[in-house]
Design a protein around this ligand. Structure first.
Ligand code: C5P
Length: 224
């Protein structure tokens, strides 16, 4: 029995990563949160490629992309993102990274650079990958594709609570504005925009709990 390849895309804070994590555990799949990779590159850009006014120098970033080594390590059943050997799992969730990540993710050089990492994981099969362009660009032949959406009110609430849990200081308004802005940039960019693949199953989980969403999605997945 072959293990499935599952692509999950959707708007920010629809629960893609936490849902993928649970489905991965249930089905014995590898989970890759591709948003974390874009956040990792953004963190590097802020740290290493910004001028004195904290403006990111894109040309410098492109020249230095080959110095970015991103790796997920499993620690206590959690996949932790390391940048050149340093745990950056908390740093990639800061407001500064969230505010810049969609600009960085809209760059062709960055997307090309991360494509290799993503595809090489999926080559072995048995993977669930979540992001914005997984079903459309990264894994167009995935066995199952889902596209998650939810109301902006619900998504704001969820992300705000998540950040609070991480002790990251923010306000509901700041979270809301960031989600709206990222969704707009992600949907309107020229390369690999956020959109539902024609063969993806649409899941609006505005009034569903995480468990209900997972069970609903699992109802579509059969052994392959
Ligand atoms: O999933 P998360 O919200 O952490 O993603 C952060 C950002 O990374 C998104 O807003 C988007 O700009 C970018 N991204 C992307 N393509 C993916 C995954 C994430 O462009 N496959």
């Amino acid at each position: 029995m072959r293990k499935p390849v599952i692509a999950i895309d959707g708007y920010s804070s629809t629960g893609k990563s936490s849902i993928s994590k649970v489905i991965a555990k249930k089905l014995g799949l590898i989970h890759m949160d591709t948003g974390a990779l874009y956040r990792g590159v953004t963190y590097f850009a802020i740290k290493e490629c910004s001028d004195e006014n904290e403006k990111i120098d894109l040309e410098k970033l492109f020249k230095n992309l080959n110095q970015i080594h991103l790796e997920f390590k499993k620690i206590d059943e959690e996949l932790i993102l390391f940048l050149n050997g340093k745990d950056i799992s908390k740093e990639i969730r800061t407001n500064q990274v969230s505010a810049n990540v969609s600009l960085i993710a809209s760059q062709k050089e960055v997307r090309d650079y991360l494509m290799e990492t993503q595809r090489s994981i999926a080559e072995k099969g048995g993977v669930i990958m979540d992001g914005r362009d997984i079903g459309t660009v990264v894994l167009p032949d995935a066995d199952y594709k889902f596209f998650l959406t939810a109301s902006i009110e619900e998504r704001t609430k969820r992300r705000f609570l998540e950040l609070k849990g991480l002790n990251i200081e923010t306000t509901e308004n700041e979270v809301r504005e960031n989600l709206i802005s990222r969704d707009k940039i992600d949907s309107e960019r020229a390369i690999a925009p956020l959109k539902k693949a024609h063969d993806a199953i649409l899941v609006d989980n505005s009034s569903m709990t995480k468990e209900q969403t997972i069970n609903y999605m699992l109802s579509f997945i059969s052994d392959i």
